[in-house]
Ligand binder design. Structure first.
Ligand SMILES: Cc1ncc(COP(=O)(O)O)c(C=O)c1O
Length: 457
């Protein structure tokens, strides 16, 4: 970074955190000064040499901290203009932007979310910045209902490489998460939709609200069974939700044969396919029957549900109807987030993030560690299902109601299996669905302590 600015720039008081490295402490102090509004957009920072002298640090340390903050988008650096606070580095409506989230449960093991405190903020900032700078003006206008071609191209490559999906950008539609994808699919099929039993009740409601009758698709130890007399079936082959069973190879074949022979739509919800631990990766079913299977994916488990980005890879005959439904739903999904995700995937920062997360979640359920999930549940003698993949397990228990009552008293959020059955009175098993990826790292063990107590009579 150039430093012809000695003497220029605002006066700045920075408290450096001694627990951090020197560079990290400078970064954090400047970042917090910007976030708190003590450094206004456009304000010129002290020259590196001057700040280094004031703080008693090496000039390189300050320069490296500035460089990092430039990369994160907090600062801008231009030769001759010095280093300044970036124009958009502070929310303009702090009252709204800083409104706190509603308080959550004391211990959160609800399934459905990764550890959102591990969102890759720095990588996302870099990707958004690069994407915005490179975006053509057209990106800010109305665009293709299928979504940005940059993202569809990146997804076609990524899904082929990591999940064995047969995809071309023309067959991909970007959606606002899986939930919109499912609603669009339900709106274009003509007849009842079979949904796994047990399965996620919210998704049944989404299909019903799109005007389709929902029929139960029983799940056994081989995963979803083969439906009959429906226009579509929705399955979770990689890690059945909520039982955790992978779809047996014979069932994969039987289901694709059913779709081929009946002309019905088979929807593969690959919501946590990136996360597998002790077993060979199971490629997507779509890879073996791409003309009959709709592949659905989402960034909710890899990045966070707040991103609201999902995607469909469609058999050719379904492309036009789904694109038409998407156009009438919302024109298309918000463009800048799509461009940022395309950049994240193309630069492989997405792969690196997913790999890092996979290691973390695998460790959370480590069989060899007595204080971690699987050993604790083994010690209680409770059957645990779905350990080898995904972000949740099913813990079977003969008295689900009592477990949920104890959990509530402990401030622990978990999900009961009962609500997942189409008809809870016909439930054949009881238990709780535990989302072990949800808590932040520091809160994980306390959540497991609470779970152990809730499961113990
Ligand atoms: C079974 C299942 N499918 C899909 C999703 C992803 O949904 P969305 O992309 O709408 O967040 C989830 C998230 O919890 C899920 O549990």
């Amino acid at each position: 970074m150039s430093d012809q600015r000695t003497g220029a720039g605002v006066d700045l008081h920075l408290d450096l955190d001694p627990a951090l490295t020197r560079r990290g402490a400078v970064e954090r102090a400047v970042r917090e000064a910007i976030r708190a509004g003590r450094l206004a957009p456009g304000a010129r920072l002290p020259a590196t040499r001057r700040l280094a002298v004031e703080l008693g640090l090496a000039r390189n340390t300050v320069a490296a901290a500035y460089d990092q903050l430039v990369a994160e988008g907090y600062l801008t650096a231009r030769r001759g203009a010095g280093t300044r606070v970036a124009p958009l580095s502070r929310p303009t409506t702090p009252a709204v932007a800083t409104a706190p989230d509603a308080p959550g449960p004391r211990h959160d093991l609800t399934p459905g979310s990764p550890d959102v405190s591990a969102f890759p903020t720095t990588a996302w900032l870099r990707a958004t910045r690069r994407a915005l700078l490179a975006a053509p003006a057209g990106a800010h206008g109305y665009g293709d209902p299928r979504g940005r071609v940059e993202l569809r191209t990146a997804l076609a490559e990524y899904l082929g490489r990591t999940r064995g999906v047969q995809a071309t950008p023309e067959r991909i539609v970007v959606t606002s998460g899986y939930v919109q994808a499912l609603a669009l699919l339900a709106s274009v099929v003509d007849g009842p939709v079979a949904m796994e039993d047990p399965g996620l009740p919210f998704h049944r409601d989404v299909v019903a609200r799109a005007g389709r009758a929902v029929t139960p698709l029983p799940v056994d130890e081989r995963g979803a069974t083969v439906p009959d007399g429906v226009a579509a079936a929705v399955v979770t082959p990689a890690h059945q939700y909520p039982t955790g069973t992978p779809l047996h190879p014979a069932r994969r074949r039987a289901l694709t044969a059913w779709a081929r022979d009946s002309g019905a739509m088979l929807v593969e919800d690959d919501y946590d396919g990136e996360f597998r631990y002790d077993r060979h990766p199971l490629g997507a079913v779509q890879g073996t029957a791409s003309d009959h299977v709709v592949y659905a994916g989402s960034a909710s488990k890899t990045l966070g549900p707040g991103v609201r980005l999902g995607w469909l890879v469609l058999p050719p005959r379904w492309v036009d109807p789904v694109v038409d439904a998407k156009l009438y739903a919302d024109h298309h999904t918000e463009a800048i987030g799509q461009l940022a995700l395309a950049d994240l995937i193309a630069t492989h920062a997405y792969d690196r993030h997913v790999r890092g997360r996979r290691l973390r979640y695998r460790r959370r359920r480590d069989r060899r560690r007595r204080d971690l999930l699987v050993r604790r549940l083994d010690a209680l003698g409770l059957p645990v299902r779905g350990v080898s993949a995904g972000l949740h397990v099913l813990v079977e228990h003969h008295d689900e109601t009592a477990v949920l009552a104890r959990a509530a008293a402990l401030g622990l959020a978990v999900s009961g299996l009962r609500e997942h059955w189409h008809d809870p009175r016909a439930a054949t098993r009881q238990g709780v669905v535990v989302g072990y990826a949800t808590p932040a790292e520091h809160a994980y063990r306390a959540a497991l302590d609470a779970l152990t107590r809730a499961l113990t009579a």
